[in-house]
Design a protein around this ligand. Structure first.
Ligand code: GRF
Length: 259
């Protein structure tokens, strides 16, 4: 059973998609242990309570400084023993300590095709305003792992959505939610619950075998069955003549380190 915490700040439609997907079997072997919001007025908290899920508000305003808030947030997640943190519209800078503690075990959804229209300042309607202003014909959504940057973590899954000539930011936002976000977030959670997400850590290797520079991360989603996954991955890596080692770094996400 994959135990998840969902962190939210607002409407909670992505949370609702996860709740509904668990109820109708699109996500299996997964339990939402807790929903945490920084905003006491978030509709997401009501959605959680209605579904019988523990709903907690941890607001920075309740704490004397940011450090205490960060500690309380991390402690709240740790106390529930969760395998995966899901950021579903969480408008808070995630504490570094939390990123470290949940590396490869924290995912986020962003309403564009990363690397377009992402990073600092690209949140909410700003993302869709920028997409319309640039005149793109396709936008979409991305689920990715969370690292220290803003929307920079390894990409797990993306889905494109058509942009229409008469779109407003609101209309485009809604279409991207319906056609992409509410589909791919539940799909990724189900894949992680079934050990089907593999993170490849690719290093350049010097002639003497020493790993060089910063690694590049790539995700293979939807890799079938555990033994098959190892064989399959090793085959891919052998094509690249570059197997270093294979290891499990996280509870549910297989990290394959290669040269
Ligand atoms: C979504 O557009 C999501 O991609 C972004 O924040 C929004 C949250 O919406 N990260 P909701 O609270 O799930 O309705």
């Amino acid at each position: 059973m994959l135990k998840i915490a969902v962190l939210v700040s607002g409407g909670g439609t992505n949370l609702q998609a996860i709740i509904d997907s668990i109820a109708d079997g699109r996500i299996t072997d997964t339990e939402i242990k807790v929903v945490i919001s920084n905003n006491p007025k978030a509709k997401a908290l009501e959605r959680a309570a209605k579904a019988g899920i523990e709903a907690v508000c941890i607001s920075p305003k309740q704490y004397a400084d940011r450090e205490l808030f960060n500690d309380a947030l991390l402690e709240a997640v740790n106390a529930r023993g969760v395998d995966l943190i899901v950021l579903a519209g969480f408008m808070v800078v995630v504490p570094e300590k939390m990123i470290k503690a949940y590396r490869n075990r924290m995912i986020n959804i962003h309403p564009s095709l990363i690397p377009s229209f992402c990073g600092t300042g690209y949140y909410g309607l700003h993302v869709h305003e920028a997409a319309l202003k640039r005149g793109v014909k396709i936008s979409g959504a991305t689920v990715h792992f969370v690292d220290e940057g803003t929307d920079t973590g390894p990409i797990i899954m993306q889905k494109p959505v058509e942009v229409r000539p008469d779109d407003t930011p609101e209309v485009l936002q809604r279409r991207i939610m319906e056609q992409a976000e509410w589909q791919i977030m539940p799909k990724v959670i189900d894949l992680i619950a079934h050990d089907k997400v593999i993170l490849l850590e690719l290093h350049a290797v010097r002639a003497d075998g020493v790993l060089e520079g910063a690694p590049i991360f790539h995700v293979l989603p939807e890799v079938k069955a555990e033994l098959a996954f190892l064989t399959h991955t090793v085959e891919i890596m052998q094509d690249m003549e570059a197997v270093c080692c294979i290891q499990f770094l996280a509870a549910r996400v297989h990290v394959v380190q290669t040269g």
